[in-house]
Design a protein around this ligand. Sequence first.
Ligand SMILES: NC(=O)c1ccc[n+]([C@@H]2O[C@H](COP(=O)([O-])OP(=O)(O)OC[C@H]3O[C@@H](n4cnc5c(N)ncnc54)[C@H](O)[C@@H]3O)[C@@H](O)[C@H]2O)c1
Length: 465
Amino acid sequence: MSKNIWSRRRFMQMGTAAVAAGAAAKVTLLQPTPLWGYGRAVGASDTVRFASIGTGVRGCELLAATLRVPGVECVAACDLYDSRHLAAQEAVQKQVPTTRNYKEILDRKDVDAVIIAVTDHQHRKVFIDAVNAGKDVYCEKPMSHTVDDGFAMIEAAQKNNRIVQVGSQRVSSILYAKAKEIWDSGRLGQVDTIEAVWDRNSDSGAWMFPIPPDANERTIDWNTWLGDAPKRPFDGRRFVSWRCYKDYGTGLPGDLFVHLISGIHYITGVNTPPARAFSTGGIYHYKERDFGDLQWTIYDYPKFQVILRCNQNNRYEDQQFAFYGKKGTMFIRGAGAPQALGAGGSLSFVPEPPYQTAEEYSTGSWPEAQKEEYLARWEREHPEPAAGQAKLESGEEVYVAPPGYSDLVDHLANFFQAVRTRKPVVENEVFGNVAALTGCHMSNYSYFNKTIAAWDAGSNKIKNT
Ligand SMILES: NC(=O)c1ccc[n+]([C@@H]2O[C@H](COP(=O)([O-])OP(=O)(O)OC[C@H]3O[C@@H](n4cnc5c(N)ncnc54)[C@H](O)[C@@H]3O)[C@@H](O)[C@H]2O)c1
C-alpha cells in the first residue's frame, strides 16, 4: 500500500474523529440587536398606541412581552370573558379600559394597532374588521382557520394598505437568523431532507387545561365566542380546549406545525406551498377530540423533502430541527430540550465527515495488484494539499441565545417598528398565509381525507392528487 495514501487517509480519519467526538466544538453566545428606542425616553409622536383583542393565555403573554418593547403603550383590552379583563390589566400592569366588544376599540381614533389573540376560528372576522377600521395588526398564528380565510385576510389587509405581522415569533429569533446565515452561505452543501419535531407529554401540552371556576354563560359571551361555528349549549371544556375541535381550532398542525414550517420557510427562503403533502397519525391517548394526538406530514418541496412530527405522548425530542446537507448538518434545539445549552435554545452546525476517500469497501474483493494500481491512480488524481492548504471543516459549532432572550419581544418590536416606519415586517400576511396553508391546512386535508394533498396554485385550493 502506498505510504502517501496512508498519510492522506489518516488525515481524513483524524478530521472525522474530531468531528465525531465533538472535540473541537466551539460555543458562541449570540448577541441580540438592541431594540429601537432602548434606554431613552420615546416622544409621544413616536409612541405606538395599541389595544389587545383576545386576552386569554396568549393575549396575556403578549401583553406582558410588550412591557419590554420601548415606545409602545397599551390603551385598551378586549375579551368576551370578563375574568380576562382583570388578567389583561395584570399582564400589562395598567388599569387599561376593557370591553367585551372589540368594535368599541376599532372605533377609537387613538388606537394605531391591535394585537389579535382570539381563537383560530375568530381570526378572519376580527382581522378583517380591524384592517377595514384602519388598524395595523399583529395576528396570532395560525393566520387562518380555513384556506379561504387566509386569502380573504390578505385581500383586506392589502386593500387597506395595513402593516400585518403574523405571530410565529421564532422567525425573529437570533438563532434562526444565524441558521439562515449558515443556510445562505452554502456550508451545508445540498440539503435534501429537513426534519422537525415538537413533542409533548403532559395534559397541558395536549390542551386539556383546567376550566376556570367562574367560566359560565354569565361571565362569557358564549354566542359571540361560537361565532359561525354550530350552535351548542355552553361547554367549558370546549371553551378552554378549543384546539381539539375542528369547529374552532386546527389541532397539532395549527398549533405547532405552523411554527416549524414558518421556521423552515424563513431559513430556506421558501415562500410558496409545497406541491404535495402526505399525513398520517391518530388519536392514541387523548380521546376527547377531533384532531390526532400524533401527526406526521411529509412535504414535497422542489429542492428538498420536509418531514414534521408532533405527538402528545412522549417528549424526549422536545423541539428540534435537523437540516441534512451533503457537507454538514444543522440542528436547532428548542428551550427545554434535553440537549439545549441555553435557556433560549441552541443551534449547531456539524460538518459531514469527508467521504470522498479512496474506495476501500468494494476493492476488498480485488486482487492485490489491481488494488495497488487503483490506489496509485487515485492518489495521482487526488494530490495531497500543500502544507497549510488543507481545508477540512472540522468541529461542531454551537450558537446559544443568552439567558432571558425572548424572540417574542423581538417579533413584537419588529411589528411596532414597522407600524412607526411603514417598512416591511419579518412575517407579513403572505408569509403567514403560506405557513398556515402548508403547516396546517395541507397537513389536515391529507390526515382527514386519507389522501395526498396537492396544492393548486391556479385555484388557490387544496385538491386530491
Ligand atoms: N405564537 C405562539 O406561540 C402562540 C402560543 C399560544 C397561542 N397562540 C395563538 O393565539 C391564539 C389564542 O390562543 P390562546 O391560547 O390564548 O387561547 P385562549 O382561549 O386562552 O384565549 C383566546 C381568548 O379570545 C377570546 N375571544 C374569542 N373570540 C373573541 C371575540 N370575538 N372577541 C373578544 N374576545 C374573543 C376568548 O374569550 C379567549 O379569552 C390562537 O390563535 C393560538 O393559536 C400562539
